[in-house]
Design a protein around this ligand. Structure first.
Ligand SMILES: [Zn+2]
Length: 275
């Protein structure tokens, strides 16, 4: 089975000396790739450095809404330069968070707008964090999608809605704007009824999987540190919800991720007998 963890923070301090072992464990369960996302300029540098050490780890560069208040123009310029690196395959983690409100809302809006311009300039997809902020992020992304013609210049989707936490009707809206929906390992939790509904209603062609490691471990490992290998738990639950083989879920969501991040050619296709 092929798998791809489209959202992790394995360059963070929560992963220390065992970081290489974590990448090994991910490979052992079939992961062909991991996207590790920066949250500030300095943090994105570390994500980028890790992506240069492992052929199957890619980086995203961006300022998280929690860190928007602290971000300087110089940092945002540095991130734009970083976003041009071939190992950086997305602009993120960017977005709006009105749940924790760690940065003032107007500053969060300024910083995401600035980073939408970065994505536009480098022609790479965005990785979006949206928490209790859909009343602002939906119109913002609608406008951007209209400006972009609903696709990146090379025809790829505009980005991914990470840790999707809205209902199935909202998922339809984001898909229509040109976004992919990311299903987090918390889909395995018994109370994840809304996310389960999103999975049932959204065609597999628009779904990818993620762990958001080290956060939000799946049910089987609840309370522990999450890690990319556990994305297999999300794949198993999606297969169960859709009534299809887990190999099919792995194959299609992995293809979606490789296409989204523009890295298909870097990863060999699954052998037929593996299906
Ligand atoms: Zn994240």
């Amino acid at each position: 089975m092929r798998l791809f963890d489209t959202h992790a923070h394995i360059h963070d301090k929560d992963f220390g000396e065992d970081r290489d072992a974590i990448v090994e464990r991910a490979r052992a369960v079939g992961l062909v790739g991991i996207l590790t996302l920066g949250v500030t300029a300095e943090n994105s540098e570390r994500a980028l450095a890790l992506s240069h050490r492992h052929a199957d780890v890619w980086a995203a560069a961006g300022v998280h809404p929690h860190d928007a208040a602290e971000a300087t123009d110089a940092e945002l310029d540095a991130l734009e330069e970083m976003a041009g690196d071939p190992r950086v395959v997305a602009v993120g983690e960017i977005g709006l968070d009105y749940y924790r409100n760690l940065s003032p809302r107007d500053r969060q809006l300024e910083v995401i707008r600035r980073q939408l311009l970065t994505a536009q300039r480098v022609g790479k997809p965005i990785a979006v964090h949206a928490r209790e902020a859909h009343e602002d992020i939906l119109p913002l992304l609608s406008t951007w999608s209209a400006e972009m013609g609903g696709r990146l210049p090379d025809g790829r989707p505009l980005g991914v809605m990470h840790y999707f936490s809205e209902n199935a009707a909202m998922a339809v809206k984001y898909v229509a704007l040109g976004f992919i929906i990311s299903v987090h390992t918390s889909v395995t939790h018994p109370k994840a009824a809304q996310l389960a509904e999103v999975v049932r209603e959204t065609p597999l062609e628009y779904l990818v999987l993620e762990t958001d490691s080290p956060y939000g471990a799946p049910q089987r490992y609840r309370g522990k540190r999450n890690e990319p290998a556990y994305v297999a738990e999300a794949a198993a639950r999606v297969a169960e919800l859709k009534g299809i083989a887990v190999e099919t879920v792995g194959d299609i969501t992995t293809s979606n991720a490789l296409r989204l991040f523009g890295i298909e050619s870097a990863v060999p296709a699954a052998p037929r007998e593996a299906r």
